[in-house]
Design a binder for this molecule. Structure first.
Ligand code: FAD
Length: 140
């Protein structure tokens, strides 16, 4: 079965709270390991940017569930590609909050605000990979 990496971004619902983020992460960390899905979720005030990696059927099914979630809207897929090796598999769902490293990496991309709409697929992948390597992110 092909291994897929899907990257999308979306707009957070206006009424979203940190408790919602915590619930999303709890669900992801409970559900993703049994589907062998790894990934990274970035969030800063307005936008989510998420990478999902795993077998095609599992990633497709999870994406459809996520796309139906009322805690965000205006989902747009940035990239969907087959990969030989997962890059995020050690995180069932890593979380990158908007800390100093987050903004430093953003400025290296020439952005002073987190705006995934302005990112190319390569920039989004680079950004999330670099964030995943920061020690603040809790694995599993
Ligand atoms: P449940 O235990 O049923 O839900 C946990 C709590 O989340 C519920 O108590 C409820 O308050 C709330 N909730 C659940 N669904 C919704 C909804 N549609 N709208 C509003 N509140 C809801 N899930 C994953 O399993 N893996 C992921 O990687 C993942 N990433 C996500 C990324 C984003 C940006 C968002 C918005 C959601 C993500 N989710 C993810 C959540 C996903 O959309 C489903 O809510 C979740 O998969 C349901 O799993 P569950 O039945 O085990 O959770």
């Amino acid at each position: 079965m092909p291994m897929i990496r899907l990257i999308y971004f979306s707009c957070a619902a206006d009424e979203l709270t940190m408790a919602d983020i915590q619930q999303i992460l709890t669900a992801a960390r409970r559900n993703n390991p049994s589907q062998s899905i790894g990934g990274m979720l970035c969030f800063e005030r307005r936008y989510f940017l998420q990478v999902l990696e795993g077998e095609r059927a599992a990633v497709n099914a999870l994406y459809l569930d996520i796309a139906d979630d009322s805690r965000h809207q205006d989902i747009q897929i940035l990239s969907y590609e087959e990969v030989q090796q997962p890059a995020f598999q050690q995180w069932s769902m890593g979380f990158a909050p908007s800390n100093d490293d987050f903004y430093r990496l953003l400025s290296e991309l020439g952005q002073n605000q987190f705006n995934p709409q302005a990112m190319t697929a390569d920039q989004a992948l680079n950004f999330t990979l670099h964030l995943a390597q920061q020690t603040q992110i809790q694995p599993h």
